[in-house]
Design a binder for this molecule. Sequence first.
Ligand code: TYM
Length: 329
Amino acid sequence: MAKDKPVLFTGIRPTGELHLGNYLGAIQPAATHQEQFTSYLCVVDLHAITTPYEPKKMPDLIRGITLDYLAGGIDPDKSTLFIQSHVPAHVELMWLLNTITPIGELQRMVQYKEFTKRHGDAQAGILNYPILMAADILLYKGIAVPVGDDQSQHLEMASDLAKKFNRLYGETFPIPKNTADNPPRIKALHDPSKQMAKSLGPKSYIAMTDDADTIRKKIMSAVTDTGDGNNEEMAPGVANLFTLLELSAPQETVKHMREHHQEGGLQYAELKAVLADHLIEYLKPIQERRAKLEKDPDYVVKVLTDGAERAREVADATLREVKEKMGLL
Ligand code: TYM
């Protein structure tokens, strides 16, 4: 694995089944950039436990996200795929960064504010969540971080912490940024005012493992035009369907459907039927790869064991450098 290439890092929480938003935000860009970067793909279990979860289900969720990365095109010979908690340096660097992170900035994070609005008080893990995320990226000196738009604020904090550390202790970290100029934000199918999310339940998303019938049903019942927007702009629900069409259909099909829509002749049922067909075809090879991998649990364990070993080597070296600069070694 080339060490001289720039580093890409991304993480996904094992909190449920992977959906198209996750795939588009993280896996697809990571898979596409595998030749260009030295890539670290992480199953961030320590982030997942900041919200309520069932310990008995966690091993399956971790295995599921690993399968999703692999089926989505991550090649373990080219990229390092591992579980966050298997590399203790993440937590140690988090503590060190903790000492230079202003509490006020943590309290301004949208995710923290939304959590406290909904649940009242929050655990320290939710407040400190972005510091662990910064540690994830900086341990590998990541500069390219494919994430969806919902993670932009956290990524900005990671960049700020990298700059602050460099200023205080000397040049150590490159400054990470998103791989996309316009990070994707796929909307919930049943409520396009929100983003597609595991926490909104299956009616909000297309899971990467949904079968053809389920995909068709979910797309056909997606909310399109709620009638309360202005007529000039495409309604958010319709725009969302076009985003998904762009992902899954050939360009000519998208162009044809867009023109048809502009002329005012496009029935939403027709758009949905075409989209469902393309999504089913698009997901088919990914699902076939996943089904094959599922039959080989030893291989999946080996990928994660090798990945953690490689990740530990790089992470431990960075941690040593950080501790030296901080006068701890
Ligand atoms: P998580 O597990 O919530 O989501 C994983 C990835 O999916 C993206 N995503 C979306 N993108 C577009 N449209 C959507 N509707 C949508 N929903 C989710 C997320 O932006 C994310 O890229 N904090 C991160 C995990 C993390 C991480 C990191 C990411 C931990 N450490 C270091 C990058 C680098 C999270 O909760 O992702």
